[in-house]
Unconditional design. Structure first.
Length: 335
């Protein structure tokens, strides 16, 4: 069997398991297909996701369900202003043995898992937020000079409330860049909300069941990276990322006038992975330009910022990204 045939067979088999995973997730997290797909995309790419939405929209429920469906050892940390780095990473304690000898013993913190739910991550101080930087990027933590590997795979799904700003600490750009995607969780539509009422206020509730194991998720992540990306799609990614940088020659006047800083190479890497994940979830063997357009906002929205003048004019970053995507699409179509 050739590598291409092996990849084709693997992707076809994976399509069925992903459909089962979706069905299991939507038993407890009803509707919101795009939110579910973006969350699954983050896991398939081996990355982290930042879920932003108002209270009561099911963000915590979604992360718990994902942990069950994907077969991951899950821990949860409720971020508060008094949370310390050791509360996440763990710490050394002095332990006395039966013979009276004393030695330091490392007690693992909740970060030693496969899926960490960081609930309301912006409520902790920058010092505590920074405890996750090494963990998210390098999958290890260093405590008392010793580097300790985390679980395999390792993912962080963090939640953030967009309206309560008192007592919060905005995530620094370096930490935001560690999140593969930023996932906006909107209000459900009327039919979905009706289904939620019926499903969650009765005597019993539907339960999610495991579909993947950690080893199967790792195999899916490796398979995703083998999925081919056409030259046209790669050029679309490069064109889009560079067009969002105000200092780049290809940037439009609106970007130059409104953007304080644009996305870096990590954004292009994230797009290369997430367009594959979107194609995989839709049962396609390779991504196309429509995937680039669909993943632009979740990948770029937290990796660039409007300048003061643009904010004063009431401009919107999602609108600017959408216009830039349209401009890049038109240029590619004309080429």
């Amino acid at each position: 069997m050739t590598d291409d045939t092996d990849l084709l067979a693997g992707l076809e088999a994976l399509e069925g398991k992903l459909a089962q995973a979706r069905a299991s997730i939507t038993r407890r997290f009803i509707g919101q297909e795009r939110v579910v797909d973006l969350s699954l995309s983050a896991l398939l790419c081996g990355g982290h996701g930042l879920l932003i939405g108002l209270p009561g929209l099911g963000k915590t429920r979604l992360v718990e369900t994902l942990g069950t469906v994907m077969g991951l050892h899950t821990n949860r940390v409720q971020f508060t202003p008094d949370l310390m780095p050791a509360d996440i990473l763990g710490s050394e304690v002095l332990e006395t043995a039966e013979d009276g000898k004393r030695a330091f013993k490392f007690i693992e913190g909740p970060v030693f898992c496969q899926l960490l739910m960081a609930d309301e991550i912006n409520r902790a101080s920058p010092r505590t937020q920074s405890a996750l930087l090494q963990a998210m990027q390098e999958r290890t933590v260093t405590v008392a000079g010793v580097s300790r590997p985390l679980g395999t795979p390792f993912h962080v799904l963090a939640t953030q409330n967009p309206i309560e700003q008192e007592g919060t600490y905005p995530l620094p750009e370096a930490q935001l860049d560690r999140f593969l995607v930023q996932i906006e969780v909107p209000y459900p539509d009327r039919d979905t909300e009706r289904a939620i009422l019926l499903a969650t206020t009765g005597a019993t509730e539907e339960a999610a069941h495991g579909v993947f194991t950690p080893d199967e998720l790792i195999a899916a992540q490796q398979m995703l990276r083998r999925m081919p990306v056409g030259e046209k799609v790669m050029e679309a990614i490069l064109d889009l990322v560079r067009a969002c940088r105000p200092e780049d020659a290809s940037a439009a006047d609106a970007v130059r006038a409104s953007v304080a800083w644009g996305p870096g190479p990590r954004a292009a890497q994230a797009l290369m992975l997430t367009v594959r994940a979107r194609a995989m979830l839709q049962g396609r063997l390779a991504p196309d330009s429509s995937d680039v357009a669909a993943m632009a906002q979740p990948v770029l929205g937290h990796r660039m910022a409007l300048n003061f003048a643009a904010r004063a004019r009431g401009e919107s970053l999602p609108d600017l990204i959408a216009r830039t995507v349209e401009d890049v699409t038109q240029v590619q179509a004309a080429a």
